[in-house]
Each structure stands twice: as C-alpha cells, then as structure tokens.
Design a binder for this molecule. Structure first.
Ligand SMILES: [Zn+2]
Length: 278
C-alpha cells in the first residue's frame, strides 16, 4: 500500500475546507479533513457551537462518526493492525513516537479502506506539518494556500468582533512562519482566489503535481462520498456551487484596506515568490 499525503497549510478563513474537498473528490484521493481532531470526534466530545457548527457529526450527514458507513470500517482496520480503537489513537500527540505510530495507523487504514493513493490532510497548522515530515511514514507534498490578506483579516474580524489591527499582524507573522516551513518539502503554492474563481483551471494545474489527472467529477464535489473530520460549515453543503467571498472589498474602509495591505501584503507576496523558486 503506498500513498502520498497532500498537506494543506494555511491561515484560518483561507479556503482550506474548499481546497481539501475539491482535491478529495478525485476517485483516487480521499480527504481526511483535520485528523488531529479525530479523538474528539471518536469520543463524542464536541458540543455544537460557533466553532463546531456540526458538533460530532460526520460530513456525510451521520450524527457522529460511529453511525456513518465509513469510519467504523477504518476503526476495524486500525484494530486489526494494532488492537487499538480510533477512540484511543492520539493523532495530535506531542510525543514523536506516538504521533508517528498513531498517524501511520490511521492513514494506512484509510488508504486500505478507500484504495486512495492521495490522502489529503487539511489541518492547516505548520506544527502538525513539521511532525508529519519528521514522522516520515509517507511522502508529503505541501499545498501552501494563501488568501488575499484583506479577505482573511475581514473574515476574522467578523468572527471576533474586533478591529483589523491585531489580525493583520497575526496574518503577517503566521504567513512568514508558513513560508519558512514550506521550504522543508516539495511545495505547491496556491491562492483561495484561484481555487474559488476558476476551480477547473486550478484543478487541471494542481492534480498532475500531486500525481493524478483532473477528473470532471471533482467539480461535482458535493455529491462525492465525504467523511472529512471537521472543517467549516461549507463541508456539509449538498450543492457544488462555489461563491467567491468578495465581502471584504465593500466591508473594509479604504484606510483599513491600506493598513492591512501595508502590514500583511508583503508577506503574502513573499510566500508566493519563495514557493516559486525551483
Ligand atoms: Zn461519514
């Protein structure tokens, strides 16, 4: 069994759920979503809140992962290989040996169950990427996803109810940290605007870099068999329409736009420039 991991690294509110969903809709690919949260889902720990709009529900619509058609089969595979259940796997462990063992068990079982040769992890954070690269149980391609800083900061502002100042600084610092991380493995740089405005063109260019050819069914992602862990509300939608979120263009004053662009713009540009060095 051999597979590649596509790791989506991005800030929050940058389209990682959409990116993972489109990549995972290929017949030889599967999107796990954010596997570091698996234990919370397996132990039914999630209350419905603004952060976890769907509570313990699986993206397929089952009220929790034990009532879905997919995860119990993965659980059986993990049990057969290790004697442990998904409830016991610590895929977010700080201990490198436990992290490597438990993530390998999970990814191996998902690959065996789906037959996929590309497994998509949309966890976003650079720390998990670093741990996956260190664990080294499968080759990793980084998909470094950047959104226009105005759009990312405005989405954060709407959630937090605060002004743009801290969010813009956070955007700049985190984008810089991710750009540095992106140099540690093969990296594909991409933007939310590319994905959302021209999804077919984007898929046609990115799939061969991940070892697969574009399939038309990827554009019908809402009808694919989806069981990704976590992600934003859009993961459960039943219509494959993508709307580009332009609300920041009218929602931000010119002065705030200029400020965000001044603070964070150069780092978004740098991310793109660095990732294009062969
Ligand atoms: Zn499911």
């Amino acid at each position: 069994m051999s597979y590649r991991i596509a790791y989506i690294m991005s800030l929050p509110h940058s389209g990682s759920t959409l990116c993972g969903t489109l990549l995972g809709a290929h017949s030889a690919s599967f999107c796990l979503g954010e596997p570091w949260k698996l234990r919370s889902y397996a132990q039914l720990q999630l209350e419905i809140s603004h952060k976890t709009a769907l509570g313990n529900a699986c993206t397929c619509g089952a009220p929790d992962i034990w009532q879905c058609t997919f995860w119990p089969k993965v659980d059986a595979g993990v049990r057969e290989a290790s004697g442990m259940s998904l409830r016991e796997l610590d895929t977010a462990s700080n201990d490198p040996a436990t992290f490597a063992r438990d993530n390998k068990l999970l990814f191996d079982a998902v690959a065996a169950e789906t037959g996929a040769t590309l497994l998509v992890d949309s966890s976003k954070q650079p720390a998990r990427l670093r741990a996956l690269l260190d664990a080294d149980f499968a080759p990793v391609t980084i998909v470094h996803l950047v959104r226009n800083p105005g759009g990312q900061v405005y989405s954060h502002m709407k959630r937090s109810g605060r002004g743009p100042y801290r969010h813009a600084v956070r955007n700049a610092l985190d984008t810089l940290a991710m750009t540095r991380q992106a140099q540690k493995a093969e990296t594909i740089f991409t933007t939310y605007e590319q994905i959302a405005s021209t999804p077919e063109e984007w898929l046609r260019s990115i799939m061969p870099k991940l070892g697969l050819d574009f399939e038309a069914r990827q554009l019908d992602w809402a009808h694919a068999d989806r069981h990704n862990i976590s992600g934003n509300r859009s993961r459960a939608t039943s219509v494959s329409t993508i709307k580009v979120d332009h609300s920041w263009e009218t929602g931000l004053t010119p002065l705030r736009k200029a400020y965000i662009n001044f603070v964070a713009g150069p780092f978004a540009w740098l991310a793109k420039a660095r990732s294009q060095i062969p």
